[in-house]
Design a protein around this ligand. Sequence first.
Ligand code: PHE
Length: 346
Amino acid sequence: MQAELKAIVAEVQEKATGIHSRAEFEAYKATVVGPKGSLTEIMKGMGAIPKEDKPAMGKLINEAKTAVQAVFDTVLERLETAELAARLGPAIDPSLPAPDLPRGTLHPIAQVREEMVALFRRIGFSVAEATEVETEHYCFDALNIPADHPARDMQDSYYLPEALKVGNVSQLADEKYLLRTHTSTVQIRTMLAEQPPIRIVAPGRCFRRDTPDATHSANFHQIEGLYVDRDVTLLDLKATLDHFVKTIFGPKAKTRLRPSFFPFTEPSFEMDFYSPDLGKLSNKWLEIMGCGMVDPEVFKAVGIDPELYTGYAFGMGIERIAMILQGVDDIRYYYQNDVRFLRQFA
Ligand code: PHE
């Protein structure tokens, strides 16, 4: 009998590891301790055992029962843990970063803006900013833009109704307010606030009443540059822009200045560049910005003596640069927030 008990305990220990569900467990348990179980049968046989052997046998049976019960307890605990885990899903460690959460990236326009700003900072420019809602004074008059200039027309710019006047209204109560049509407003605000030497770039959003198409958007971005000091010359402008183009588009890029006109610069230029490494756009002159020497009329408007100081200014569309750099052929992609587009610039 002792050997049988040992065999039962050994069998239970061995079989236990192969049990993976409660149903399996209950069925197996019944074959051991159920009404017809192997251990139950042995207990039933106690009656036939001589009286003097009973205490010893009883002890052995109890030991076997305890051993078997211990195995069953372990199995049950293992099954319960597994059931709980199945209900809760995979273990969570709240101290770890969330898995699979796609990381956002800077918008492609912001990426190009940052690249441009970083470049200008390295050569001594600091960043200036101003409001997007502007008065006609800062947007046009102070920049020597005459009253009959088309940008001043209601059809070309976004004017704000009286009721929407915001911000610094009190100073210029009879001013007309509009969304700035260019970042050149920041030239004026900076020169009013600071004395030369001034060397700033002003990235920012601008607005024009353009009908959207592949190259026009009513909402777009520019970066403005302004350098005012004694003896600033056209050579300084050309060298700076040359450096800009070669840094952004590669050392093989070449630049040229073409005579042009802006009311706030004299002389004025359009700057073109070409590069042999631009894919479809290789070796074509591409116009990328307006620039020139600050017009003395602008200096007068901000109280800087044009006899003492000279300066240059430039302004360009960030989208234009981004489209060339990123090979994007429709400006509207930048504003549709389609992640399939945006992810390409991650
Ligand atoms: N403000 C001009 C534009 O929007 C660009 C420019 C800036 C030209 C500075 C000359 C100097 O077209």
